[in-house]
Design a protein around this ligand. Structure first.
Ligand code: C2E
Ligand code: MG
Ligand code: MG
Ligand code: MG
Length: 282
């Protein structure tokens, strides 16, 4: 009898695995098709100057709407894109789409916003990112100042001198280079020394407890003054309330991004903010 139950259980387990494998396969098929289709869009999260409340730019964040699954979070599809070897066509799309949108804004006389795109560390095996970006900017006749690339510390850790070479080229073109999720990786400080970084984005992890954690407050304060002494600008990620904003303001943090101002919104919503010359109250 025990054996029978074990057998049933095994069958059940096998069925469960089959369902999971089937779902994963469907997910991957949908994702592969989405890369060449139009299920992806870029949303824009405003970045705000803590000096005067003006919008200085936006981070472009990818969104995937699939007819079968609905909205899928980037936390789910970005790792899948990396595992499936689709990073290069995907990032090509992100850069193309950000450029297309910038062109539209430029044609409407909106020229003061910089769009930051996230570049996955897996992309850095490809040497011709600078070339692709130059071609895109030239095709649209856009200045390099309209684009920023966000890299995590893992990019810098993974590919050393190759990354340095690519970043130097991007820097030469005139792109802004920022370090995303700063402080959460290993040996963050050595990257600031080695790589041509313009902007440090302090991870939400430190901002979250800035009011209650004495250490968090000290760490953020030190990050701001260190970045400034090296001529870098600082963005605080994940500002959710006024108290956090006030403390960051006092510390002299340059820019803020977070739900207090706005989540990532559609390009039309963001266009509306730009056209209205929206200024956030500080
Ligand atoms: P990230 O680059 O660090 O982006 C910031 C994430 O924090 C976004 O999540 C944003 O919606 C969220 N966020 C912003 N403000 C707040 C806040 O005040 N509170 C909280 N709780 N969250 C806030 P999202 O859009 O889900 O993206 C997650 C991650 O997925 C991104 O983290 C980035 O690593 C990755 N990702 C998104 N789009 C792309 C893309 O086009 N390419 C690549 N390579 N990665 C992307
Ligand atoms: Mg980012
Ligand atoms: Mg980040
Ligand atoms: Mg993050």
């Amino acid at each position: 009898h025990a054996k029978e139950i074990g057998g049933n259980r095994f069958q059940f387990f096998e069925q469960e695995l089959n369902i999971q494998a089937k779902e994963r396969l469907e997910f991957e098929n949908d994702l592969r098709k989405a890369i060449t289709g139009d299920e992806f869009s870029l949303f824009y999260q405003p970045q705000v100057s803590l000096l005067d409340g003006r919008i200085i730019g936006a981070e472009a964040l990818s969104r995937w709407h699939n007819p079968r699954m609905g909205n899928v979070s980037p936390a789910e599809f970005i790792p899948a894109i990396e595992e499936m070897g689709l990073v290069i066509p995907f990032t090509d799309w992100v850069i193309r789409e950000a450029g297309r949108q910038q062109l539209e804004w430029y044609n409407h006389g909106i020229k003061a916003v910089r769009v930051a795109v996230n570049i996955s560390s897996k992309h850095f095996v490809e040497q011709d990112i600078p070339d692709k970006i130059i071609k895109m900017l030239e095709a649209h006749n856009l200045p390099s100042s309209c684009l920023e690339v966000e890299l995590t510390e893992s990019v810098m850790a993974a590919h050393g001198s190759k990354t340095l070479d690519i970043l130097n080229q991007l820097k030469e073109i005139g792109l802004t280079i920022s370090v995303d999720d700063f402080g959460t990786g290993y040996s963050s400080l050595s990257y600031l020394k080695t790589f041509p970084v313009d902007v440090v984005k302090i991870d939400r992890f430190f901002i979250k407890d800035i009011l209650t954690g004495k250490k968090d407050e000290s760490i953020v304060k030190a990050m701001v003054s260190m970045a400034h002494s090296m001529g870098m600008k600082v963005v605080a990620e994940g500002i959710e309330n006024r108290e956090q904003l006030e403390i960051l303001h006092r510390m002299g943090c340059d820019y803020g991004q977070g739900f207090l101002f706005s989540p990532a919104i559609t390009r039309d919503e963001f266009s509306g903010m730009l056209e209205a010359k929206k200024r956030f109250l500080l």
